[in-house]
Design a protein around this ligand. Structure first.
Ligand code: FAD
Length: 515
């Protein structure tokens, strides 16, 4: 198999971690770490990757004190690491102090996929300052210097230059310049707050250079800002760069390997995708929740219930789902340990006719690269299928039109690990799901909301160029679903419903590639 770089590559300054390396790198390290936990299939993670790369290059000089990394939580055994670090929504950024102990879970950085490089840099500085005992040896002091401290600086220091950045308390410039120059010898940078009035400086920020011979001058720069100060200071005569040997180098994303392409019919649903969806949701997504209680536990029960009722699975799969349902029904405690479900899943795997695949096998949800399509595609497919099955069901009394939609809403809210996708879907559900008053309308509600997402994501970085987002079903799949009214496109709802009922009917699901 060929190694494929999806989100991060060798040219980025991001250290790519995996199951084998994450503990040895983060634990007891002499530098701090900030790690992005992401899933390669998550659209928001794809949008965020350029920001993370820019941040890594922007603070590359800070490396002896802090290293920036990423781990793909969707890949293989990395999933176990992400569960260990208690990450269940992506992207999540966590800070690990220098000399973190084994078992440390890191501190969640108060950032999200819409954070920019400046916010993130400042959050990292805040976290660096939160080190109490084990200050990273390569990290210079970041706290403001007092006038008293400065008065005896040259008496105790052999440094050639003392640089003072005068600034307001809320400014980060002084600390950023300090970090930017940490790899240079013969220079010390300190921030001084505007409250130190005795020093007579009145312009903030401003930068002053002191030499041991007591010469003292203001640094003349075009703009009083970080990069201007740093560029000017690096030109000072006699400044020397320390030899810094990085303990780790940015690694290519080895852990995404291209799978053999499976030929498929683009106008059909495949059971392999549906079973892979069940595998991934039950093993990986639910599996990152060590203890499940309250609303998430109710959501999990509702999810398994609709699967047992409406999933048109092979007998072995249905048996597994029924076992999970019985396990959940017999559970009276307010808290459930995931291991209880894992035991049921593991038991079934040990049968000769394993119920679910032991790894995802995408067919109609294959992407042209490993980071495209896959799991989210299968989630949509699964829930469309369930709404259609409920609408067809022979249950008496007829199912509640909201039953499957509410189960989906709960699953997405509590377990779907693309955090922003979940927020967005919850917004749509809160707005109009309660108005769904019939089973056909529940099928159409989900169809129309999925199309809203398709429209929003058309042309987005997360779109697989080989599978462009279209309003679905396109005319070649269902010509009679489309019409034109007063010069505008018009959907023919009756035809759409009929089309969806056939497209997602059990008889039309292809069983290829099931092993
Ligand atoms: P998908 O959109 O995943 O569709 C899968 C298959 O469903 C298609 O191949 C097609 O056969 C069928 N289909 C397409 N449209 C419809 C329809 N209207 N009705 C019925 N069937 C249809 N990604 C983001 O980047 N941002 C988000 O906010 C976001 N929100 C999401 C919310 C949810 C609940 C889910 C499950 C996923 C979300 N995603 C989001 C992921 C995104 O929607 C796609 O799933 C992902 O980009 C993969 O796209 P795809 O090309 O495989 O097609």
């Amino acid at each position: 198999p060929v190694a494929e770089a999806c989100l991060y590559s060798q040219t980025d300054q991001v250290v790519v971690l995996n199951y084998d390396s994450i503990n040895s790198q983060l634990i007891n390290s002499s530098n701090a770490w900030v790690v992005e936990f992401y899933a390669s299939w998550c659209g928001y993670c794809k949008q965020f990757a350029p920001v993370w790369k820019d941040l890594a290059s922007n603070i590359t000089e800070w490396k002896p004190a802090i290293n920036l990394a990423a781990i793909d939580c969707a890949y293989g055994r990395n999933r176990i690491s992400c569960a260990h670090f208690e990450v269940s929504k992506y992207p999540t950024m966590k800070f690990f102090q220098a000399y973190s102990e084994n078992g440390s879970k890191g501190e969640v950085l108060n950032a999200n996929s819409s954070s920019n490089v400046t916010n993130l840099r400042q959050l990292i500085i805040d976290q660096l300052e939160s080190h109490v005992e084990a200050w990273p040896p390569a990290c210079p002091p970041l706290k403001p210097a007092s006038a008293a401290e400065l008065s005896y600086f040259f008496k105790t220091s052999s440094n050639k230059y003392l640089v003072l950045v005068f600034e307001e308390a809320s400014s980060y410039v002084g600390r950023e310049v300090t970090m930017d120059l940490l790899q240079y010898e013969n220079i010390v940078v300190r921030r001084v707050l505007n409250s130190e009035e005795a020093l007579g400086v009145t312009h903030f920020p401003s930068c002053y250079l002191h030499s041991p011979n007591r010469t003292f001058c203001r640094l003349i720069v075009h703009v009083e800002a970080r990069t201007f100060y740093v560029d000017a200071l690096r030109m000072l005569p006699g400044l020397e760069r320390r030899a810094y040997e990085p303990s780790v180098s940015p690694a290519p994303e080895k852990n995404t390997t291209a799978e053999e392409w499976r030929e498929f019919n683009r106008s059909r649903v495949y059971m392999a995708d549906l079973e892979s969806s069940l595998y991934y949701s039950l093993r990986v997504e639910v599996g990152t929740h060590i203890t499940i209680s309250g609303e998430p536990l109710s959501a999990l029960k509702a999810y398994i219930t609709v699967l047992v009722k409406y999933f048109p699975g092979r007998p072995v799969v249905m048996k597994l789902l029924q076992s999970l349902e019985s396990r959940l029904k017999s559970h009276d405690d307010p808290e459930l340990q995931y291991t209880a479900l894992e035991t049921v899943l593991d038991n079934e795997v040990q049968t000769p006719d394993a119920a679910l695949p032991d790894v995802e096998r995408w067919v109609s949800c294959q992407g042209s690269k490993p980071c495209f399509r896959g799991y989210p595609c299968s989630v949509w497919t699964l829930f469309h299928l369930l709404t259609v099955q409920a609408a067809h069901s022979t249950y008496t009394p007829a199912p509640d039109p909201l039953e499957v939609l509410q189960a989906m809403r709960g699953y997405i809210k509590h377990f779907f690990s693309c955090g922003n996708c979940a927020k967005h879907f919850e917004g749509m559900a809160a707005e109009s799901m309660s108005q769904v008053d019939s089973l056909p309308n529940s099928v159409l509600w989900l169809w129309s909301k999925h199309n809203i997402v398709n429209e929003r994501l058309a042309g987005d970085r997360s779109e697989d160029p080989k599978f462009p987002k279209v309003l679905w079903p396109p005319p070649d799949l269902c010509p009679q679903c489309h019409d034109e009214l007063k010069g505008k496109h018009d959907w023919k709802m009756d035809h759409i419903l009929e089309f969806l009922k056939v497209y997602f009917s059990p008889d039309c699901i292809l069983q290829d590639y099931l092993e």
